[in-house]
Write a protein that binds this ligand. Structure first.
Ligand code: BGC
Length: 347
């Protein structure tokens, strides 16, 4: 018994001496600083598709600042929508022996080889927002993209009273999110009498394609009851085409991203709804998980998703539908300022 007590006292002495020598002259370093110091030396490569669409600059800024706050260093590369450029930028990250590579994939089908190389080199790979297929990434983190489509479908059903004709203009066919969003959308229409008269895709997310698609449809003398748009950028072009035909505000238009212009249109009455995805949560959670994974710890997620060959850990975040009714509650002060959203609305 006596010996045990002696042992405990000795252990306590050792701990006191260690902490004093670690933190110098008895000064206690705050826990977050200790955490930051522990993460120093962690290097993360962030490979972006492009910055053409409003949200991605936010994604980058939030990710970089969170990772830096945690002590990691981030190298950002922008592939400007070119797949081959993205592949060589990832190869550069492999050469530079990054600890983790975070990728916003331009083409979910084209990166399995380079991801394989990274993994072979012992680098952790995170698919950010868009799944990379047949690549066995270490983590996929995104929103519930199927639900993004489901929300669009459910809101259109409600607005149209379960019947009518619509057209759909999806995003890039090489973006796996598009498959998921459209899948969720069609499923939500289910047994309703809403007919999809025409479906198009905006290659490389080129929103102007949405303008031509809508203009051509209208030029044939058709007027749809609703238009499902793959995102708010496409919706911008679609509403432009509707305006040119004096139809803005008469057709239910959906989108996603809660871009400022889309939120403005919603309160002005020319777009029906958008889907808000809290980017801050996505970017910051990714930074935290990347730092954890850099220390060889497995990511902990509640879901998995099949990438065509493998089941990969999926950190799934929740999207929220936004209409005029809940704009103030969901968006104002959190994503956009009231004065910006209501800029053209005079009470
Ligand atoms: C994202 C959307 C975005 C689109 C175009 C998709 O993968 O889910 O939020 O608008 O890419 O960049």
């Amino acid at each position: 018994m006596k010996n045990k007590v002696k042992c405990r006292v000795a252990l306590a002495m050792i701990l006191i001496v260690t902490s004093v020598s670690l933190f110098g002259c008895g000064q206690v370093t705050p826990e977050s600083d200790v955490e930051t110091q522990v993460n120093e030396g962690i290097r993360i490569g962030l490979s972006m598709d492009s910055f053409l669409i409003e949200r991605w600059q936010r994604d980058r800024d939030l990710f970089v600042s969170k990772a830096q706050e945690l002590g990691a260093e981030v190298n950002v590369q922008n592939a400007n929508g070119e797949v081959n450029k993205q592949i060589s930028q990832i190869e550069y990250f492999i050469e530079k022996e990054m600890d983790v590579i975070v990728i916003v994939a331009i083409d979910g089908n084209m990166l399995s080889e380079v991801v394989g190389k990274a993994k072979k080199a012992g680098i952790k790979v995170i698919a950010y927002d868009r799944l990379i297929l047949n690549a066995d990434v270490d983590l996929y983190i995104s929103f519930d993209n199927e639900k993004v489509g489901t929300l669009m479908g459910e809101y259109l059903r409600e607005a149209l009273g379960d019947e009518g004709k619509i057209i759909c203009i999806n995003g890039s066919p090489t973006d796996n999110n598009v498959t998921m969003v459209f899948g969720g959308f069609k499923e939500a229409l289910g047994d309703s009498d809403i007919v999809i008269e025409r479906t198009g895709y905006a290659d490389n997310w080129l929103a102007e394609i949405g303008f031509d698609f809508t203009s051509d449809y209208l030029a044939e003398g058709n007027v749809p009851d609703g238009i499902m748009c793959g995102n708010d950028d496409i919706a911008t072009q679609v509403v432009k085409a509707l305006s040119e035909n004096r139809l803005a505000g008469q057709v239910y238009v959906t989108g996603q991203d809660a871009d400022l212009v889309a939120c403005q249109r919603i309160v002005e009455g020319t777009q029906y709804m958008t889907v808000y995805k809290p980017i801050e949560l996505l970017a910051q959670r990714t930074a935290e998980m990347a730092v954890t994974m850099a220390k060889d710890r497995e990511p902990e997620t509640e879901s998995t998703i099949n990438d065509g060959t493998y089941d990969v850990p999926f950190e799934k975040l929740d999207p929220v539908a936004v209409t005029e009714e809940n704009m103030d509650e969901v968006i104002i002060g959190k994503y956009h300022q009231k004065s910006d959203v209501y800029l053209n609305v005079h009470e």
